[in-house]
Design a protein around this ligand. Sequence first.
Ligand code: AMP
Length: 607
Amino acid sequence: MIPSYDPNDTEAGLKLLEDLTTNAEAIQQQVLHQILSQNSGTQYLRAFLDGESDKNLQSFRNKVPVVNYDDIKPFIQRIADGESSDIVSAQPITELLTSSGTSAGKPKLMPSTAEELERKTFFYSMLVPIMNKYVNGLDEGKGMYLLFIKPEIKTLSGLMARPVLTSYYKSQHFRNRPFNKYNVYTSPDQTILCQDSKQSMYCQLLCGLVQRSHVLRVGAVFASAFLRAVKFLEDHYKELCADIRTGTVTSWITDSCRDSVLSILNGPNQELADEIESECAEKSWEGILRKLWPKAKYVEVIVTGSMAQYIPTLEFYSGGLPLVSTMYASSECYFGINLNPLCDPADVSYTLLPNMAYFEFLPVDDKSHEEINFASHSNTDDEDALKEDLIVDLVNVEVGRYYEIVITTFTGLYRYRVGDILKVTGFHNKAPQFRFVQRRNVVLSIDTDKTSEEDLLNAVTQAKLNHLQQPSSLLLMEYTSYADTSSIPGHYVLFWELKPRYSNDPPKLDDKTMEDCCSEVEDCLDYVYRRCRNRDKSIGPLEIRVVSLGTFDSLMDFCVSQGSSLNQYKTPRCVKSGGALEILDSRVIGRFFSKRVPRWEPLGLDS
Ligand code: AMP
């Protein structure tokens, strides 16, 4: 079922892609058939289907429910605690992947199998012929990809729980990958696999700089990580150049990857160090990527979804190099690839590969992107039955419509709502192409964090209760938020309108109280936010900007002038750049930052 071809053979890769997309419908049916045949004996499916004989599409659709994470969490927790994999999967669950989506403040755990690593390897291999189709000569140099691993832990049963990319980079599939002339990296594997992210970053940048004349493309997985690397370079270029000049590696690199870096340095290089240092010493870093890596043809980073906020900064540094978003994937499943990689970031669509999982689509409201009120579509009030009526499979989605993606995987997820909202933009052969619209219920995101309106409300409420009422006696009249990515790393900004409880005077703002509020909000945000702040340093200190009384009335006037209905007006809990932000920013009377890093500990896997 997992096709293979020689990744050095571009023609064969493109042909395979044509076959997969042309036969999308038949392949989807085979995928579902295979998943159900394999897993009909699992506890999960036995609860809904009548075993071996009951595995057709209609039974599946009528009997297996569409679920959210909280519905399946108990099953996954039992596996984490040591019960047999066959609760959900006939194939052994070999590890749990910690998603950046959270449930009750902790990362969601997604089951995975040995075979799934093969599927991912296949998926990555499909990216190669597509890039080759659009960019010549990628076999004549290297890619400077800044890739990192994150902490992992063992569950009670000894299963590993870790992020999907950590799992992949540590696997034999990555480490023992066959040589592929189109995918030669500047970073030795040892530097990617270095546990200490600061040492890893330093070493990878050093290797990328030393080999700058061979670098044909640069990148990272997400735009946020790539920009962090640019900032790191800004802070460390002198030290990096000193190492290149002397042919040594700075003393704080103590990880065992040090030797692999030394062998790439291969002795002192005064001239190269001087060239790099003089570029980096320029006052403006506009176009720095082109200057440092003059043969680079593009920057490969995901800039769709919440990462689109980084496009202007990336464009500034890249000096016009194309920004390429190659793929759309998650801990649950790898979904699709961008068949037109050099297109404008705003036009990126992903074509789902029909052999990765069985895909279904729950229509959502085209304007609000919220779940359709199913009851309005029929006179019965059985919501689940109505949902089943509206859900469509891969080849039957309609161009222009919005859907939430629902997946049935080879790894034990059945009709699982991923939480991503996609818009159908067209078809490649019979396979639909989707623009990533947004994550359901996410208002703020800087890196891999995903903060919902509800998370934000809970955190703000906690800060208000603990710090505003006593002793300052301030009322929080209104609030909204903004993801500020104008500096690296970006940070959350909360706009608060505060009023003294007993007067209409401007509030007296005490630094300590307000800083405590910032810290309290951070303490209450979820595990992934706190990990980004504490361990990864990929999010900066949270800021509260207090605005003058009446600001939120002006915000409402503005929103209404832009077409919001006054009757239904709700304060937006997050603003993007533009007029709304200008209104808020022009009325700021105090700015406060969190003065300490929120608590975070590696995952505890209690139920
Ligand atoms: P995780 O499970 O932590 O790997 O996060 C996966 C989620 O990241 C997806 O469900 C999407 O919400 C988001 N994501 C992944 N790839 C993309 C992409 N190419 N564009 C936009 N969002 C993406």
